[in-house]
Design a protein around this ligand. Structure first.
Ligand SMILES: CC(=O)N[C@H](C=O)[C@@H](O)[C@H](O)[C@H](O)COP(=O)(O)O
Length: 244
């Protein structure tokens, strides 16, 4: 399985910020038109890439931004839920994703296919694969399956790594040391200092979600600090999709 690490779409992300534009089920901003406006806004602010969830959101965003689009489909919030099947991955390509983000863990997938089958299908359709991993072993498995880059997206969410306050810099350092494909930092990056620390740890690019595009979460950090003072653990290991 050959990874396409020299691809210009991946190269366009090097050293840059990717912004994840997602609203969760039942939230007021859960609308393709709203997510498309958010995506345009983050590109205007300097994002080199946009990460988005859902076929309708991808279809709405694709014509409006000319940066690299990382697409995914979420099915639930437990087990293998990030682009879990080959069919989901191909739908993301059809909707305009340059890179498809898929679950890169060693867990069984709902369609019974190995990760390599998804990678092969996405490559055949002309797109790249970002494997969302929860550990070094996941990342090694994903690279062997042909993933073009790996993300620390699931670190802290699969039981293999602690839920760090801020990004899992130890894992990022380990991934950078062990892998030859680009390592993309993602998960619990709270501010520009965190983002820079990820690049300094050797990450190829940095994906930030909630801290930029989730107003409820951002507001909570302000409100909790005002209520409880500076010692409040307002942003420790929480995720808007499962911890509200
Ligand atoms: C674990 C999971 O479901 N992560 C999802 C992956 O697409 C998103 O809900 C996150 O917002 C994204 O990874 C960015 O992370 P953060 O919002 O912490 O900056």
């Amino acid at each position: 399985m050959i990874a396409h690490t020299g691809d210009s779409r991946l190269a366009s992300l090097k050293g840059g910020l990717v912004v994840s534009c997602q609203a969760y089920p039942g939230e007021p901003m859960r609308s393709p038109a709203i997510m498309a406006a958010v995506a345009q806004s983050v590109v205007a602010g300097g994002a080199k890439g946009v990460r988005a969830q859902g076929i309708e959101d991808l279809q709405a965003i694709r014509p409006l931004v000319d940066v690299c689009l990382i697409g995914l489909v979420k099915r639930g919030a437990d087990g293998v839920f990030i682009t879990p099947t080959v069919a989901d991955a191909l739908d993301c390509v059809t909707a305009g994703a340059d890179i498809v983000a898929v679950d890169g863990t060693r867990r069984d997938r709902p369609d019974g296919q190995p990760l390599a089958a998804t990678v092969a299908a996405v490559h055949a359709a002309g797109a790249l694969v970002m494997a969302d991993c929860g550990s070094l072993d996941d990342a090694l498995y994903s690279v062997a399956a042909g993933a073009d880059c790996v993300g620390s997206t699931l670190a802290g969410y699969t039981g293999e790594r602690p839920v760090t306050r801020g990004p899992d810099l130890d894992l990022l350092t380990e991934l950078v040391a062990q892998l030859t494909v680009p390592v993309i930092a993602e998960g619990r990056i709270r501010n520009p200092d965190d983002a820079l620390a990820c690049l300094e740890a050797g990450s190829y690019a940095v994906v930030v979600g909630s801290a930029i595009t989730h107003p409820t979460r951002i507001t909570q950090t302000f409100a909790e600090q005002l209520t409880h003072g500076r010692t409040a653990l307002s942003d420790e290991g929480r995720h808007p999709d499962r911890d509200e």
